[in-house]
Design a protein around this ligand. Structure first.
Ligand code: MG
Length: 169
């Protein structure tokens, strides 16, 4: 495999773990506000990001490539309102989409059909991630400023349950 693609795949493992860290930090913020439903939502989101990291790891290993784990960055975003993390999450998912698309572009340029197929799942996944993140913002804007509305939203997010990724390697 093209060495540039190998290093981008390896970097993506780190980026996905950073995403997990960022979402855990959001869960901690909401827990401090006693919004345990929002905290639950982002704890599960962190689990999903860890799953993504493991999928990239497994894909590299299945192709006989050596995985190198690097230090995970400290989550350094400041949260100052219920809405804050929601907006940061949406922005972050758009950034992750750009990373996935960048690797896809390299794979396409190299005629690396196997990596393109692997990344196809993540291309779809990112569409869902952006949609979910945007929906949380619009739901908050519609209902969240009213205390009873926020109570119900928090209850809704308390109901999110973890599901393993549909992609298996
Ligand atoms: Mg991810």
């Amino acid at each position: 495999m093209n060495s540039k693609i190998v290093s981008l795949l390896n970097e993506q493992i780190n980026k996905e773990f950073y995403s997990a860290y960022l979402y855990l930090d959001m869960a901690i913020y909401y827990e401090q506000l006693d919004l345990d439903g929002y905290a639950n939502y982002y704890t599960i989101q962190a689990q999903e990001e860890r799953d993504h990291a493991l999928l990239f790891m497994k894909y590299m290993q299945s192709n006989g490539l050596k995985v190198t784990l690097e230090a995970i960055g400290k989550p350094d975003k400041e949260f100052s309102s219920v809405l804050g993390p929601l907006e940061i999450a949406a922005e972050h998912e758009r950034y992750v989409t750009s990373l996935i698309h960048n690797i896809y572009r390299e794979a396409q340029a190299d005629g690396d059909y196997r990596t393109m197929k692997f990344l196809g799942w993540f291309v779809d996944e990112q569409m869902e991630e952006e949609e979910s993140a945007d929906k949380m913002i619009s739901q908050y804007r519609l209902f969240g400023q009213d205390p009873r509305g926020l109570y119900l939203l928090n209850q809704e997010y308390a109901g999110r349950v973890y599901t393993a990724p549909s992609l298996t390697l």
